[in-house]
Design a protein around this ligand. Structure first.
Ligand SMILES: *Cc1c(COP(=O)(O)O)cnc(C)c1O
Length: 355
C-alpha cells in the first residue's frame, strides 16, 4: 500500500531543554493514519500534519470502549543511528489486543514500514541525551457512527510521537507502591491481557486514591482471592527472593510486557534462577520482613526498570533493599539501556537500525 505524505507547512517549536521533557506532553509535527472498512480492509495510509481528529459523536469508540494502543520507543544510538527496540513484538501484541476486543488486525509489515517513514520524517524531534527517547503511541479506535453494543465496521489506526525523558518524576529513584486490596484491575477471562482503554479507566480511581496518600503506583492483586500479586499500573512486577528472580505467570489477567520478556531472557542468559510463578502478597510481606526479599522492581517500556523501595499493605510499610535501587535492578537497567542505545552488541536481535 502506498503511504501518502502531506507535509506540515507550519512546523512546531521543538523543546530546547531535554532535561525537562517529562512524559506524554509534547507531540511531533506529523502523525500516521490508516482507515479500515470491513468490506475494503485497510486503505488510505497517510502521514499528515499532527492535529485534531474529526469524529462523529456517535463513533463507537466513545460509547463502548473499542480502543487499543501500544507504547514503544525509538532512540538515537551511540553511533548517531536511529534504533527501534522490539517494534515487531509491539505490533504482534497490538494484533493480540485487537482480536480480544473484536477489532481488525494490522499487517505488521505495513505497520513497520509506515512507522519508520513517520519517525524518519520527524527525526529532528528525537532527543539525543542518553535516557531520553521518542515514545511511539500506535492506537486504534472504532469510528463507525452508531449506538449499539456490537463490533463496528470502521476503524482508524493512527500513531503519534512524543519526545520523552523519564516516566516518573523520581527517575531511577525507588518508588513507593500501595497494595490494592479493595479494587481489582482484571480477572482471568477478562481483558487484562489486552492493552485496551477500559482496563486503564477502571484503574484511575484506585490510582488517584493511592497518589493522594503519596504512592506512585498501585500493586494489583488477583481479582478472585486478592491474594496473588499481579502487576502495577503500567508495569509488570519482579521480586528477587533469596537468589531467585520471580514474576507472575501470564494467566490471562496480566499484560504480557515486552520489557518483562526481555528481563526474563536476560536473567536466564546470565545463568540466574528465573521463575514465572504466582507469589502471594503474604509471602512477599513475610520475605520483606525476614530480609529474604532482596529487591523488587517494575518493568515497562516507559520506565524500563523501576525499583520499588517500599510496599504498603493494610496500612503497614515495608522497606525493600533499604529503600535504594537493588544491585540486580541496576544491572538489568544498565544492560537494557546499553542494548537500546546500541552501546553494546545485541545478542538477542532486539534492536533495529532504521536510519
Ligand atoms: C504496557 C503495560 C505493561 C508493560 O509492557 P511493556 O511492553 O514492557 O511496555 C505492563 N502492564 C500493563 C498493564 C501495561 O499496560
Amino acid at each position: 500500500m502506498e503511504i501518502k505524505v502531506n507535509l506540515a507547512t507550519q512546523l512546531k517549536e521543538k523543546p530546547t531543554d531535554e532535561s525537562k521533557l517529562g512524559f506524554g506532553k509534547i507531540f511531533t509535527d506529523h502523525m500516521l493514519l490508516i482507515d479500515y472498512d470491513t468490506n475494503r480492509g485497510w486503505y488510505n495510509a497517510r502521514i499528515e500534519p499532527y492535529g485534531p481528529l474529526k469524529l462523529d459523536p456517535a463513533a463507537a469508540c466513545f460509547h463502548y470502549g473499542q480502543e487499543i494502543f501500544e507504547g514503544l520507543k525509538a532512540y538515537y544510538g551511540k553511533d548517531g543511528g536511529i534504533y527501534l527496540f522490539r517494534a515487531v513484538d509491539n505490533f504482534k501484541r497490538f494484533n493480540y489486543s485487537a482480536k480480544r476486543v473484536c477489532m481488525p488486525t494490522l499487517d505488521v509489515d505495513l505497520a513497520m514500514e509506515a512507522l519508520k517513514k513517520l519517525i524518519l520524517l520527524d527525526r529532528e524531534w528525537i532527543p539525543e541525551t542518553r535516557g531520553t527517547s521518542l515514545y511511539i503511541r500506535p492506537t486504534m479506535i472504532a469510528t463507525q457512527p452508531f449506538l449499539g453494543v456490537e463490533a463496528a465496521d470502521n476503524y482508524l489506526f493512527y500513531t503519534i510521537l512524543d519526545p520523552v525523558g523519564s516516566y516518573y518524576p523520581e527517575g531511577l529513584n525507588p518508588i513507593k507502591i500501595y497494595v490494592e486490596d479493595r479494587y481489582v484491575r482484571a480477572v482471568a477471562g477478562g481483558t487484562g491481557e489486552a492493552k485496551t482503554a477500559g482496563n486503564y479507566a477502571a484503574s484511575l480511581l484506585p490510582a488517584t486514591e493511592a497518589k493522594k496518600k503519596g504512592f506512585t503506583q498501585v500493586l494489583w492483586l488477583d481479582g478472585c482471592e486478592k491474594r496473588w500479586v499481579e502487576e502495577v499500573g503500567t508495569m509488570n512486577m519482579f521480586f528477587v527472593i533469596d537468589d531467585e528472580v520471580i514474576t507472575a505467570p501470564l494467566t490471562g489477567s496480566i499484560l504480557g510486557g515486552i520489557t518483562r520478556d526481555s528481563v526474563i531472557q536476560i536473567v536466564k542468559n546470565w545463568g540466574l534462577k528465573m521463575k514465572e510463578e504466582s507469589v502471594s502478597i503474604d509471602e512477599v510481606i513475610a520475605d520483606a520482613t525476614s530480609g529474604q526479599l532482596k529487591e523488587a522492581f517494575g518493568t515497562g517500556t516507559a520506565a524500563v526498570i523501576s525499583p520499588v523501595g517500599q510496599i504498603t499493605y493494610k496500612d503497614k510499610d515495608y522497606v525493600i533493599a533499604g529503600g535504594k535501587m537493588g544491585e540486580l535492578s541496576q544491572r538489568l537497567y544498565d544492560e537494557i539501556i546499553a542494548i537500546q542505545y546500541a552501546e553494546k552488541p545485541d545478542p538477542y536481535g532486539w534492536v533495529e537500525k532504521i536510519g
